[in-house]
Structures are given as C-alpha cells and as structure tokens.
Design a protein around this ligand. Structure first.
Ligand code: ADP
Length: 428
C-alpha cells in the first residue's frame, strides 16, 4: 500500500514539475506546439505511473503466491530445463536442509543425488508428452539421509509451447514405506504359517499321495524280478513294469516337489502363470481328501486361457484354502449331497479381460449377514478355526491386482470367485 502511494506521489510530483517548468519557460505567452509538448509529457508520465502500478500489483501477487508455497509442508522447488534450481520453498529447506540461497542455482539431481525409478530419458519423455509425472524417488538430504519421496512434477511451457520449467512437489514417505514393508513382511510370514498349518491338515492326504506310488513301485519291482527270473526272462514284460515304476516314482517325486514349494518361505515371485496348472497342482494334493469325504467332484478348466502374472505357490495356497473350506463346510450335509466344482474361464467385461476361478460347494452356506465379514482377519465360525485363511487369500489376490468375492448359490452352498487380470500380450 505504501509503495502504491509513493508511486502516485512521484507521478503527481513529475506532473507538477512539468507544469511548473512550462509556466516558468512560457509564462502567459505560450503557443500551440509548447502546449502539445507538455500535454504529451503529462500523458507519458501518467501512463508510466499506471504501468508501474500494474507491475507492482503483479509482483505483489506473485510474491504472495510464493509466500503461500512456503506455508505448505510439502517441499516444492522449481528447476529450469537445464535442471538448475530457480525456486526453493520453506518446505524444501526443512526437508533437505539446504537454505534457499544455497539451493538456488544448483543442479537438482546432483544436489539431491536423485535415484530415479526408471531411466531419466523415459521420465522426461512422459513429462514432455503429458505435462506431468508422478512417482517415487530417493533423495539424499544435506545430512546424508536417504529419503523415499513421493514426487509430482508439472511442466511449465512458454507461449510457443517449449518446456520452460518444472515444478516438483515432494513429500517424504520414508516412514510410511518402512511401515508398509514391515506389514508386507508380517503378511508374508503369516501366509507361510497358515500354509504350514494347512499342510498339517492335509497330512493324511499327503502321506497317502506319496505312499501309494511308492507301494506301486515296490509291486512293480517285484513283478519285474519275477519276469526276469523266469527260465526264459520276459524282457518285454520286465521293461513294461520298469516303465510303470518310473511313472509311479515320478508321481511321488512330483507330490514331494509341490510340497517343498508350498513349504518354502520366499518372497512372492510374479511370473507368467497358467491358472489351470495351479488347479492341477492342488488337485494332486486334494485327491484323497475328496474321496475320503465322499465328495463328488466336477472340474471344468477353460481351454487356451491367457496367462496371468502371479506367484504359483501363493495361488495354490488360495485354491487349497477355498477347497478345504468347502470340504469342511460340506461335512454338515449328508454324504450323497456333497458336490464340489472348480471352474476356470476367461471373463471379458467391456474389454477388461480377466481369468476367473470359481470354487463352488453344496454345503450349508452362511447367514447372508455374515457374508461381508468372511474375509475379515480372525473371523471364524469353526471351534478350531484361526479365521486367517480367507483374509490371507484376499491379500494375496489383491496383491495380484485381482479380486475375490463370496456369494450364496441359489441352489444352496457357496461360491467363491477369484478374478485375476490377464497379461497384455504384445500386439493385443
Ligand atoms: P477358518 O477356516 O479358520 O475359519 P477362513 O478365513 O478360511 O478361516 O474362513 C472364515 C469363515 O468363513 C469360516 O469360519 C466359515 O464360517 C466361513 N466359510 C468359509 N468358506 C465357507 C464355505 N465354503 N461355506 C460356508 N462357510 C464358509
């Protein structure tokens, strides 16, 4: 306000001086040319004063806006196209430790020792194409601390559309990241523990699955010896029994291999996976459970299903959880009415391709009010239940970018449905 008044005073004084000098020089005796000259001078002074006032207003509003940027807790800085810092707010001073006058003029990436999630050329290309970029960076502060930063970039262009400057708005998510990692770790450990518990529940089936082919190997071996022990050894029959031995030996070693992968504790490994192979693996372990519970089983595997990006062991765990829950629920219905169906298929709703896997049973189902609680941790209606199976299944499926849901069948029983996004094939 004081500046505005000062400008007006200076403008007014200049006009008075012009009038004064006009009167002193020309007195009463003034011609048209002299009058015009002083009118032009006065007009020039007025225009200059008005322009200065406007300029002053714009500068003030810019300064106010820059002050506003100092109020936010985010670290905000602006860098030109050569990565030189031109603006550095109070939040940036606090987060990184360099005062404004030390940061301005330095190269941002060098000062902050920025670690980018992808090649800088790709990031820049995206920024220039869309005008914005968002992602996680690692920055080093003045004290040498490494911080995980959520960074949002906006590109400013000149009138001709050429990149002029980039504004970075950064927030420190180091603590959040650490907590997230600890949570993932805890979830992975819990998933492992429940997997081992589930394997405990399957002990009888597993023992049978390994024992049966081993017993067959012994029988085949004895038969082979008999064929060879004949007066004229029957080589063809002996060969056939040895082949049987190999088939049975492989089966036993397959079961052991599946079990070892289920029992191993490792970080999830997301690779191209065929959901039908996951179901096959699980059936190998569930075979005996199905027959001893007198459950009729219907398998409908979709043909030529596209791959999904997933961790085979984790997806096996989900399938085992769902199937065992179904078997346990069906203990409440008479033997002739226990039906389990596992179905895989491709679903294509409005171009959103997903692979679905359904586990459908003919058990008693649940009270409709408890449907939303089934996936909550520690929700269990079983006396010895942990209530973790479905909650872990949900976190596994969500970590795969998919969804899991439960519904009551019209004809009774429940249907759990898992949807997993398919991998985009190149060119599709
Ligand atoms: P738990 O098996 O230890 O109880 P889960 O998270 O696997 O833990 O399941 C939670 C609850 O969901 C079960 O206690 C049961 O009440 C219900 N449930 C799960 N699957 C079925 C099913 N197929 N039929 C009926 N109820 C089910």
């Amino acid at each position: 306000m004081a500046h505005r008044r000062g400008l007006l005073l200076v403008g007014g004084a200049c006009i008075c001086l012009t009038l004064l000098s006009f009167t002193i020089i020309h007195g009463q005796d003034y011609g048209l040319a002299a009058t015009m000259r002083s009118v032009v001078s006065i007009a020039a002074i007025t225009v200059t004063t008005l322009l200065s006032l406007r300029n002053q207003k714009a500068t003030r509003s810019l300064r106010e806006q820059a002050d506003l940027l100092d109020l936010t807790h985010d670290a905000i800085f602006v860098r030109d196209d050569a990565d030189t810092i031109t603006y550095w707010n109070h939040g940036a001073e606090k987060l990184y430790g360099w005062p404004r006058d030390e940061a301005v003029g330095r190269k941002a990436a060098a000062l902050l020792q920025t670690a980018f999630p992808s090649p800088v050329s790709e990031i820049k290309a995206k920024l220039h194409r869309t005008g914005r970029w968002e992602g996680e960076l690692v920055h080093t502060t003045g004290k040498g601390d490494r911080l995980v930063i959520m960074s949002r970039w906006s590109l400013q262009r000149d009138e001709r559309g050429r990149p002029l400057a980039t504004m970075e708005t950064n927030s420190d998510i180091t603590a959040h990241k650490r907590a997230e990692n600890a949570l993932h770790q805890a979830q992975a450990e819990l998933a492992h523990v429940t997997r081992i518990t589930t394997m405990g529940e399957l002990t009888a089936s597993i023992a049978h699955e390994v024992n049966q082919p081993l017993a067959a190997v012994i029988t085949n071996g004895e038969a082979c010896l008999r064929w060879l022990g004949r007066e004229v050894p029957d080589i063809e029959e002996a060969r056939a029994t040895v082949q049987q031995m190999i088939v049975n030996g492989r089966r036993a070693s397959d079961v052991v291999a599946r079990l070892r992968s289920l029992a191993r504790r490792s970080d999830p490994l997301h690779v191209a996976t065929d959901i039908n192979e996951v179901v096959d693996d699980v059936l190998l372990l569930l075979d005996r459970e199905l027959s001893s519970n007198r459950v009729s089983f219907d398998l409908s595997l979709g043909s030529m299903l596209p791959h999904i990006l997933g961790d085979r062991v984790q997806l096996q765990q989900v399938t085992i959880n769902l199937a065992l829950n179904a078997l346990q629920a069906m203990e409440a219905v008479p033997k002739g009415r226990r039906h389990l169906k596992i179905r895989t298929a491709l679903s294509d709703t409005e171009g959103d391709k997903a692979v679905i896997m359904e586990v459908r049973d003919s058990g008693p189902g649940v009270n409709p009010q408890s449907l939303p609680m089934l996936f909550d941790a520690f929700y269990s209606t079983k006396t010895d239940g942990m209530g973790m199976g479905l909650s872990i299944s949900r976190s596994i499926i969500e970590a795969h970018g998919g969804r899991i849901s439960a519904a009551l069948n019209d004809e009774g029983g429940m249907c759990f449905k898992v949807m997993l996004p398919v991998i985009e094939e190149a060119g599709s």
